[in-house]
Design a binder for this molecule. Structure first.
Ligand SMILES: [Cu+2]
Length: 92
């Protein structure tokens, strides 16, 4: 019984993943001057509904954001970091 339930969950997982349209965008972020800045930028991005992950590269001054494209646009991500004091642009 336990095994068949596990099999069912595995079988259904791909359909759950299709419900969202995941997208990854890289932002060039300005004003990150110390080690705490990336934390602020990461929080500002992860507070946007629909964002599932934000990875900040302090050396490269970038934010790699994974989000649900059905709920969020890149413009919203740019606004989120900009409002937090870190203007950003979408890397083409
Ligand atoms: Cu700082």
């Amino acid at each position: 019984m336990r095994n068949s339930l596990a099999t069912l969950m595995v079988a259904l997982a791909p359909f759950a993943a299709l419900a969202a349209t995941p997208k990854t965008t890289v932002l060039d972020v300005q004003n990150m001057t110390c080690n705490l800045c990336p934390v602020t930028v990461k929080k500002s991005l992860e507070h946007v509904p629909g964002v599932s992950q934000a990875r900040i590269d302090f050396e490269k001054k970038t934010a790699t954001v994974t989000f649900d494209a059905d709920k969020v646009t890149a413009a919203t991500l740019v606004k989120a970091t900009t409002d937090a004091g870190y203007p950003s642009t979408v890397r083409k």
